[in-house]
Design a protein around this ligand. Structure first.
Ligand SMILES: [Zn+2]
Ligand SMILES: [Zn+2]
Length: 309
């Protein structure tokens, strides 16, 4: 039993090594040829990001098991079978299209809550600690953060009957998670490509790089969606100027530099940085400082300038 577990683990690690080589072969030349910011491949923290690559590929699957089982049980008892059966009778292309929209809305709110709820931000801050953004930053995520956002993306799929704990009904959910992972590498890539009007429909590196910016309070807490920027537009968080790209990334609050410290730290710390504390968005604090009002006014002015077109 444990021998087969060891063999499965070894096989998974081998597969991940192959994928890492493939990703490197694809993205490193692209990031050299079309770099948005000049930066080294072997930058500071690359070892940490490689460690996250293996951890975030192996662990969430295990951690997601229990909450998904609970979700499936709840849905089974709360949603009429006639409803989920009717949805499953839709053509496959329609199930996939609807699944991606509702899944992205779920993931949007999961991601947004990780910014707005201080306890969740402790875990998500690790993803935002990257001062150089490239394809490998996609993997820099605490397992708790990754599991939470994935879970939020899967909830609408389960409610609609587009996912199941096992069996063929999970095609949409598998596609959603798999494509989300692949797309994650792309939207973090350090490339200066712009895609014109297409950027309003599907997320791109420019869209997600603005999510990582540390250019000032007017620009943070934007662009939460995984695939669909218009979901951000719908909920008032889109920021995507046509002719500008972010200059700085990262966060101001200090985090442990080493991998183990980052994994354990969020469970221990009770301090959340005031400058990026999500209370600024209004969810956790009713106190609205004048600084926040100025910041919000600046954001709205900028949004109006760039998103109303
Ligand atoms: Zn984020
Ligand atoms: Zn990111």
């Amino acid at each position: 039993m444990s021998r087969s577990l060891d063999q499965n683990l070894l096989l998974s690690v081998f597969r991940l090594c192959v994928w890492l080589v493939l990703l490197t072969v694809i993205f490193v030349p692209l990031e050299r040829l079309f770099a948005l910011h000049p930066q080294k491949m072997f930058r500071k923290a690359i070892v940490t990001d490689v460690a996250y690559y293996f951890l975030s590929s192996l662990i969430p699957g295990f951690l997601l098991g229990a909450p998904i089982a609970l979700l499936a049980w709840l849905v089974h008892h709360a949603i009429p079978v006639a409803f989920t059966s009717a949805v499953r009778a839709w053509p496959t292309w329609l199930q996939i299209a609807v699944g991606f929209v509702v899944g992205d809305i779920g993931a949007y709110w999961g991601h947004r809550w990780t910014h707005e709820i201080p306890f969740l931000w402790r875990f998500h801050a690790i993803h935002h600690s990257a001062e150089h953004v490239d394809f490998m930053v996609s993997t820099r995520a605490h397992p708790v953060d990754m599991v939470f956002t994935h879970f939020c993306g899967l909830i609408p799929l389960y409610v609609l009957g587009l996912a199941a704990p096992s069996g063929g009904a999970s095609l949409v959910a598998i596609l959603f998670l798999l494509l989300g992972t692949v797309w994650g590498f792309f939207i973090h890539a350090n490339v200066r490509w712009r895609f014109g009007p297409l950027e309003r429909l599907i997320s791109t590196p420019a869209f997600h790089h603005w999510h990582h910016t540390n250019d000032g309070p007017a620009y943070v807490n934007k662009n939460y969606a995984t695939f669909l920027p218009w979901v951000d537009r719908l909920f008032g968080t889109l920021y995507l100027p046509k002719d500008r790209q972010p200059a700085h990334y990262g966060i101001d609050e200090p985090l442990p530099a080493n991998f183990l410290g980052q994994l354990v730290g969020p469970f221990l710390t009770s301090r959340v940085s005031a400058d990026l504390q999500p209370a600024a968005t209004g969810l956790t604090s009713a106190v609205d400082s004048s600084e926040q009002q100025i910041s919000r006014a600046a954001t709205q002015a900028v949004d109006h300038e760039y998103t109303a077109k």
